[in-house]
Design a protein around this ligand. Structure first.
Ligand SMILES: [Zn+2]
Length: 238
């Protein structure tokens, strides 16, 4: 039975909630248990080339994403511009603030991290001593450049199971080369994320800027939520 079939019996919220019962620990980070073996294999392949593949994040709950979203909307957490520089949100209209947050943070309910299928990776061995991880493009071009070059080759293999959903700037989510998605499982989740079900879920949450989200939901869905089937490895078309 596919995940989409389950939706006949469950609301999208219960469906996403059910992920928490499928989680396992990969070196201190929660992920869907289906990822344990593929991640261990990728990590071993990285290690053979001198890289220490580590996860910066894996599964993230809807509640946690609501907390991040609201903290950004309230000014308790910085909102960054395209270049990664903090914005003065007092200058922004609610609509502009919402789109600025969406550049770097998923709308709660729509994050691929809710599925347990997606992880943010880096090369722990290359993190300069005394520095904390930022997850920025500058790092990917700097200390993690060799790691990402190796990853490019891995993901280009015809039997690759992981892929990068966010790579090119296209007016939506900023490029995130560190974000990997496990295609065999993520394809099913993405198929289940019908726009109207997601709209219902998102608007039921306790989130800031809800009026703006409701007004622009169609645009948010097409620009920030949908990942083109062309990004997936060939064996997992949507
Ligand atoms: Zn991510």
């Amino acid at each position: 039975m596919s995940y989409a079939d389950d939706l006949k019996d469950l609301t999208l919220f219960k469906y996403l909630k059910a992920v928490s019962g499928e989680l396992a620990d990969f070196r201190g980070v929660p992920v869907h248990r289906s990822l344990l073996d593929p991640l261990a294999e990728l990590t071993a392949r990285a290690a053979a080339r001198g890289f220490e593949l580590a996860l910066a994040s894996g599964f993230r709950s809807i509640e946690r994403q609501c907390h991040i979203w609201n903290a950004k909307a309230n000014g308790q957490r910085s909102v960054l511009d395209d270049a990664g520089v903090p914005l003065d949100i007092a200058d922004l209209e609610p609509e502009a603030l919402m789109f600025a947050i969406l550049r770097w943070s998923a709308l709660p309910g729509t994050s691929r991290h809710h599925w347990g299928t997606d992880v943010d990776v880096y090369d722990r061995a290359a993190l300069p001593a005394g520095e904390s991880l930022q997850l920025t493009l500058a790092e990917c071009r700097g200390p993690f450049a060799a790691f990402h070059q190796w990853l490019d080759g891995e993901l280009a293999q015809s039997d690759a199971l992981f892929f990068r959903p966010y790579v090119e700037p296209h007016g939506g989510v900023a490029p995130e080369p560190w974000h990997l998605s496990y295609a065999p499982l993520a394809a099913g989740f993405q198929q289940a994320m019908h726009k109207e079900l997601l709209r219902e879920l998102v608007l039921s949450l306790d989130i800031q800027l809800k009026d703006e989200v409701a007004r622009h939901f169609d645009e948010i869905f097409s620009r920030f939520v949908v990942v083109s089937p062309a990004r997936y490895p060939l064996e997992w078309p949507l």
